[in-house]
Design a protein around this ligand. Structure first.
Ligand code: AQP
Length: 328
């Protein structure tokens, strides 16, 4: 069975982009692949997080993984920091990644270009930790949203470099990016990715948002005056984004959606999208509350950490032997 690994940063509440770009696919893949899904808590501290809020977000993130359909019997679910090998291999990967490669990573470049203050060394080098997250598990595939493709490509380059230097050690992984939903945009600025750290609440649908609020956000999503439901991301980015959302939920093609709303107004289309999104979120939210109340989260994390550590430790031992930092 081929193996997959991926994770989500609990930098805030998970949103529709995290769901459609990542989580929903994790759930589909768990029947066919040996899945390792972690909560990327080491990645999220690259930006300051208030400790109490972070702890709540961690718990919510795990509960949402399960509420969205990840099955702890089929998928190994764990907290990144519970498997110490991530940080250890992360350092080794950092020592095998060139400055020029890190300088090219667009997420860091964008933050720097925007003049964001207080950027940390962690933000700059997190692609190296991400390489370790993947390579520790001999993952064949990494299901990610479009924004993470560049980091998986860097991971491939570093894995090949390491294999050339030290002999075959790592499987060179491939990114797996869905055709629909790989980049869900902000509802009130559809030129920007929907993001946890976007301070504008109106643009982002959080999975735990009150459903009335969800409906309101969708009904007031920014559109255009073309007045036709058709897939044209350049001239109609808001409508294209809503079409992506609808299609990711229902599997309808863009042509089918265009035909369905031929001669109808944007209000009808938005109501359709809101109905679909709210129906699915209602189920997720009800499961989420049951999971939080059940107290099962600690057990899931303990079991996940044991299973993940067994694999990660063997790989790190092999790496340390090969690079010559061990005496035994
Ligand atoms: N808007 C999105 N559309 C599609 N996929 C997305 N993903 C994130 N946002 C979207 C995918 O979800 C997975 C987990 O991402 P992450 O939360 O670890 O990091 P991120 O991409 O940096 O997400 P955010 O919300 O933008 O977080 P902040 O604001 O903290 O940086 C990844 O596979 C990602 O591609």
């Amino acid at each position: 069975m081929k193996r997959m690994v991926s994770g989500i940063k609990p930098t805030g509440q998970l949103h529709l982009g995290s769901y459609l770009g990542a989580l929903k696919h994790f759930v589909e893949y768990q029947n066919e692949y040996d899945m390792y899904i972690f909560v990327a808590n080491l990645h999220c501290i690259t930006v300051y997080q208030k400790p109490e809020e972070l702890k709540k977000n961690l718990i919510d993130c795990i509960a949402l993984y399960i509420a969205c359909g990840l099955d702890p019997k089929r998928t190994t679910i764990f907290l990144q920091s519970d498997v110490k090998e991530h940080a250890q291999l992360g350092w080794i990967m950092n020592c095998n990644t060139y400055l020029g490669e890190l300088n090219r990573m667009t997420q860091f470049k964008d933050k720097q270009a925007k003049g964001e203050q207080g950027l940390t060394g962690g933000i700059y080098t997190y692609p190296s930790l991400m390489s370790a997250d993947i390579l520790l598990y001999d993952a064949d595939y990494v299901p990610v949203g479009d924004d993470q493709k560049q980091h998986v490509e860097l991971c491939r380059d570093v894995a090949m470099r390491f294999n050339n230097r030290y002999g075959d050690t790592f499987i060179v992984p491939e990114p797996l990016i869905a055709k629909v939903g790989a980049r869900i945009m902000s509802l009130n600025d559809p030129t920007k990715k929907m993001s946890k750290s976007d301070n504008n609440d109106k643009g982002c649908i959080y999975l735990l948002d009150d459903l009335k609020k969800v409906r309101k956000k969708i009904m007031s999503a920014k559109t255009d005056d073309v007045a036709k439901v058709q897939y044209d991301p350049i001239n109609q980015p808001g409508i294209a984004n809503l079409m992506q959302i609808a299609s990711a939920f229902t599997n309808e093609s863009f042509d089918e959606l265009t035909a369905k709303f031929d001669g109808k107004g944007y209000g009808d289309f938005k109501k359709y999208v809101a109905d679909i999104v709210c129906a699915e979120l209602e189920v997720i939210q009800s499961r989420y509350h049951d999971i939080v109340d059940s107290g099962m989260i600690n057990t899931i994390l303990e079991n996940g950490a044991i299973k993940a550590t067994a694999i990660a430790k063997a790989k790190l031992d092999e790496v340390q032997r090969k690079i010559g930092i061990e005496v035994k």
